[in-house]
Design a protein around this ligand. Sequence first.
Ligand SMILES: [Ca+2]
Length: 423
Amino acid sequence: MQKRREFGFTGTVERLKLQDIIQMACIAGTTSTIAAFRGNQKGYLYISHGHAVHASAAGLTGQEALNELISWSGGTFDLRWGIPQNLPKTLAGTHDALLLEATRVLDERSSRDEEDDSTRNGRVELSRDSAAAVLELIYARRRKERWFARTQKIVVCVAAVALVISGLYFTSRGDLLRGGLLGQFLPLFKGSGPRTAAKSYGSPVRVDGGEFFFQDGERRTLPAFDIDPTEVTIAQYAEFLAAVGLSTEYDHPSQTVNKGHSNPKWIRLYEAAVAGRDYEGTHLTVNDPAVYVDWYDAWAYAQWKRRRLPTEEEWEKAARGTDGRRFPWGSEEKHGAANIYEGDAAKKWSEPTAYPLDRSVYGVYDMAGNVSEWTATIDPTSGQPVIRGCNFGNSSADITRRVLNQPATTQSDRIGFRTVGSL
Ligand SMILES: [Ca+2]
């Protein structure tokens, strides 16, 4: 009992009628003892689980004791949790009925004592009519609660039956569920808008072994290899990410632990490409080059493909052929021949084959423009991977261009990659 008091409220109420207190204790379903005090007099009402079970006051018990308590014009009360064990049961019926009877008796007494104004004014001000009105309100509320409870049961039963019928129907018509409803509504959850399809640009192309001109005319020799005809696309890189998941199997030994191969910039690019949306002013598809991938990402992708990044010699030979040309199409700059900067700063990536002239003698696309590309060669001076080729931000398409100082962890919108394989 003491523990309960620690969690309850204590306080004072003023001018509250005793029958109100009794009603509250009963409606709340309490098991409690209400002690009422008027001068030297004491009275008790015991409530068990919301039902008045015993009353004692002024040497009376039961309904007469309750009548006496209700007739008290004022005093104090104390409501305590719990009731004594082995109480006599002197009250029966609902508290509504008990209080109504007490009020009726009180009203009778009021009529008898009508001539004694001073006494009458001191009594509880509850007439027969008002008591009836209060009780009617109580009964109305009870009726409403019962109606609500019955309605709730009916609704639950109807819903359960409907669920069972629906389940049986869709089980027997699984084709409808899968082919019809899911096919119709699932796209709504996946997002709307045009979708772009991944294209195939063919197998890697062969570059024969032998001599070629490297940079300013140095003759170098390479064994035969093959090289991707296009830069790795967004669709291809996404396939890699989906395949490897959290695996570190293909990671470069020097890669930072837990770096992974995705990043927020890549994710935004990918989402725009899948939706076929504009991204930074350029219309994207999943066939545009995978960018925002650092050198470690490119290296891992190539490992996963059981290939590797090209050395810069391999990259340069695949772009220039064996005659030492400085552009895929010949020896001179040509306006509009490659995806480089030509006055429109908002124009960025392009799909493979969009620039047919940017195609080497081996059939390799976009070595001059679009995005620059990571290679496997590490510059001995900077210690960073060599990046080859021009991109949409450069004003030249010269395929001898080299960038030697970008950290391997760079995530740039201008750097992509492709892979090679030894033959
Ligand atoms: Ca390129």
